[in-house]
Ligand binder design. Structure first.
Ligand SMILES: NC(=O)c1ccc[n+]([C@@H]2O[C@H](COP(=O)([O-])OP(=O)(O)OC[C@H]3O[C@@H](n4cnc5c(N)ncnc54)[C@H](OP(=O)(O)O)[C@@H]3O)[C@@H](O)[C@H]2O)c1
Length: 258
C-alpha cells in the first residue's frame, strides 16, 4: 500500500484519455503524465493528438496518439487493440470526449440529434469502458473515470440531450462499479461545472448572458481553468482513492450546494 506523496503516483501506469487533443482532455492527459503515467492520446484530430503526445514525451513519459471517433464502435475496437499491442496493458481510462449543444427546447430535438448525443456521450464511452474493463480484469484491475457534467446531477432547462445523455453515463458508471468491483476495477464519474474551454465558449457565444449565469451557479463565483480538473482525475485514477467507487465527484465550484 502506498502512503504519503506516493499515493497519487502513476509511475508505470498506462492511462487512456479520449478527446485528449484539447480542452479538459488535453489538461487531463498532461496532468496524468506529470503524475508519472504513460498516456494514450485518443482523438479525431491527428495534428492536435500528435502535439499533445509530444508535450507528454517532453515530460519524460511514453505517449501514443491514436485516432478514434468515440461515436464509432469499430474505431473503439481498433483503439483498444492498438493500446494492447503497443503497451500490453491499460490501467486507467478517462472517458472525456463529449459534445454539447446550444440551448434549445425539447420540441426542437429531432431523432437524429437524440441518437447523435447518446452515440457520442453514452454508447461509445460505455463500449470503450466495457472493452477496457475486460482487459483490465485480466491484468488485475484498474480505474475508470467518466467525465459527465453538473447537468447530469442537476439537469437544466434547454440542455435536454446533453444532460440526459450524460445522466445515462452517470447511471452506467454506478452499474459498472458494481459489476466490475470483483475484478478489481473501480469506476467513478466526475461532474464538472463551468470550465474555460471551447465547449463553454461555444455555449456562451450562442446565448446572451450565459457566462454570467453559469458563474452565478457556482459558490466560488468563477469559471474554472482546465488544469483544475487534473487533481480530481489523478485522485480517482490513483491509489489515493482505493476505497472509492461508484461515486460522482462534483467539481463545480460548489454549484450543487445551491
Ligand atoms: N467545459 C465545461 O464547462 C464542461 C462542463 C461539464 C462537463 N464537461 C465535459 O468535459 C468533457 C470535455 O469537455 P471540454 O470542455 O474539454 O470540451 P471541448 O473543448 O469541446 O472538447 C471536447 C473534446 O471531445 C472531443 N470529441 C467530441 N466528439 C468526439 C467524437 N465523436 N470522437 C472523439 N472525440 C470527440 C473533441 O474532439 P475534436 O477536437 O475532434 O472535436 C474534443 O477533444 C466533455 O465530456 C464535456 O461534456 C465540460
Amino acid at each position: 500500500m502506498k502512503t504519503g506523496k506516493t499515493l497519487f503516483d502513476l509511475t508505470g501506469k498506462v492511462c487512456l484519455v479520449t478527446g485528449a487533443n484539447r480542452g479538459l482532455g488535453r489538461a487531463i492527459a498532461i496532468g496524468l503524465a506529470e503524475a508519472g503515467g504513460d498516456v494514450v492520446v485518443a482523438c479525431r484530430d491527428p495534428v492536435g493528438g500528435a502535439a499533445v503526445a509530444r508535450e507528454i514525451e517532453a515530460r519524460g513519459r511514453r505517449a501514443l496518439a491514436v485516432p478514434c471517433d468515440i461515436g464509432r464502435w469499430p474505431d473503439i475496437d481498433a483503439l483498444v487493440s492498438t493500446i494492447y499491442e503497443h503497451f500490453g496493458r491499460c490501467d486507467v481510462l478517462v472517458n472525456n470526449a463529449g459534445i454539447a449543444h446550444d440551448l434549445l427546447p425539447i420540441a426542437n430535438v429531432d431523432e437524429a440529434m437524440f441518437d447523435r448525443f447518446f452515440q457520442v456521450n453514452t454508447k461509445g464511452p460505455m463500449h470503450l469502458a466495457s472493452l477496457v474493463a475486460q482487459r483490465m480484469a485480466q491484468g488485475g484491475g484498474g480505474s475508470i473515470v467518466n467525465i459527465v457534467t453538473f447537468g447530469a446531477v442537476k439537469a437544466g432547462g434547454f440542455l435536454s440531450m446533453y444532460c440526459a445523455s450524460k445522466a445515462a453515463m452517470r447511471s452506467l458508471s454506478r452499474v459498472m462499479a458494481e459489476e466490475w468491483a470483483p475484478q478489481g476495477i473501480r469506476v467513478n464519474a466526475i461532474a464538472p461545472g463551468p470550465f474555460r474551454t471551447d465547449m463553454l465558449e461555444g455555449l456562451a457565444e450562442g446565448t446572451d448572458g450565459f457566462m454570467e449565469y453559469t458563474i452565478q451557479t457556482t459558490v466560488l463565483k468563477r469559471i474554472a481553468e482546465p488544469e483544475e480538473i487534473v487533481g480530481p482525475v489523478v485522485f480517482l485514477a490513483s491509489e489515493a482513492s482505493s476505497f472509492v467507487t461508484g461515486q460522482t465527484l462534483a467539481v463545480c465550484g460548489g454549484g450543487l450546494s445551491l
